[in-house]
Design a protein around this ligand. Structure first.
Ligand code: C5P
Length: 221
């Protein structure tokens, strides 16, 4: 059996949360351990792919053979992805939980507490990294997104697939106990135009390999 089925494939991934600072001690972020993205990166490298992993702040070791770029904010992540997506990237897989908004201003010094009035934080939208890759006219890789939902999982996921012009979306129900966010296990349903596939609860390592097999198949379909 071929133990390097992904040899020759160039994969760029995002993983983990982004961190949007308000001041030197406070920030806005999302729940994300980064484990799903790191598991995909590890499995892909083991199967011979050339892997660049753009990671937000997570406490995970770099998988063997993976090129890692550490970033903090969504804007940094966007820049790192644009740099990584040089000619010939085959697959882009966005597992990162990117903060949708960032503070309009970042204070250089710690914002002082005022016991008479609470501060109002003005926010602005961050770039949608996944949608920007999927919208490329040139050098567009096979583009895969993740959708963490708490309700109407398949409807929201299918809507995101269309709206962001993706080739595939991996949906997980983050309201389900024992799977998702900080767990080692995950159960997902994957959607593409005209099809879907369910994967019941399994380790993120096992799921990573299953998803790569599906991406390999669909990207050649
Ligand atoms: O719209 P929503 O954030 O739920 O979409 C989730 C998918 O989009 C994930 O694949 C995530 O990595 C990606 N995303 C992104 N940039 C953003 C927001 C989400 O790449 N600013």
């Amino acid at each position: 059996m071929d133990d390097q089925p992904l040899k020759g494939i160039r994969l760029v991934l995002t993983a983990g949360p982004t961190r949007e600072s308000l001041d030197p001690v406070r920030y806005i972020t999302n729940h994300s351990s980064g484990r799903m993205g790191f598991a995909i990166a590890e499995s892909a490298a083991r199967q011979g792919a050339d892997v660049t992993l753009v990671a937000g702040p997570v406490s995970l070791p770099t998988p063997n053979g993976v090129q890692r770029v550490d970033v903090e904010t969504a804007e940094d992540m966007q820049k790192a992805v644009d740099e990584a997506l040089t000619n010939g990237t085959d697959w882009f897989v966005a597992t990162a939980a990117v903060a949708d908004y960032r503070p309009v201003t970042r204070s250089e010094s710690k914002i002082k507490k005022n016991k008479d009035s609470a501060p109002v934080i003005e926010l602005q939208q961050n770039p949608d990294i996944l949608a920007s890759v999927a919208a490329r006219k040139q050098n567009r890789p096979f583009t895969v997104g993740f959708a963490a939902e708490t309700n109407n999982v398949s409807d929201y996921a299918k809507d995101k697939l269309k709206r962001k012009n993706l080739d595939m979306i991996v949906a997980n129900d983050v309201s389900a106990p024992d799977i998702g966010f900080n767990s080692d296990r995950n159960a997902v349903e994957v959607f593409w135009e005209g099809g879907s596939q369910k994967y019941d609860a399994r380790s993120k390592t096992e799921l990573a390999t299953d998803l790569l097999t599906l991406i390999h198949k669909r990207s050649r379909a």
